[in-house]
Design a protein around this ligand. Structure first.
Ligand SMILES: [Zn+2]
Length: 68
């Protein structure tokens, strides 16, 4: 897909490593905010192991850093 869009749609494409068989596969699903962190449920397309990945917010940009 090389078509340029002017809207704010972000192409979501993540790569994940299956903890069971080591297979690396693509995921176009976005993280969901749950329990204070961003999580995503995945299923390996090769061995069908279901697992969850968590994205921690290590970098805080915005008003939290700007307070005096
Ligand atoms: Zn797997």
């Amino acid at each position: 897909m090389t078509q340029k869009g002017t809207h704010t749609w972000d192409l979501i494409l993540h790569y994940h490593l299956c903890p069971h068989c080591g297979y690396i596969f693509e995921s176009r699903a976005d993280y969901q905010y749950r329990l204070g962190s961003y999580q995503k449920d995945l299923e390996c397309p090769r061995c069908h192991t279901q697992f969850m990945v968590t994205r921690n917010r290590k970098h805080h940009f915005g008003p939290l850093l700007g307070g005096d």
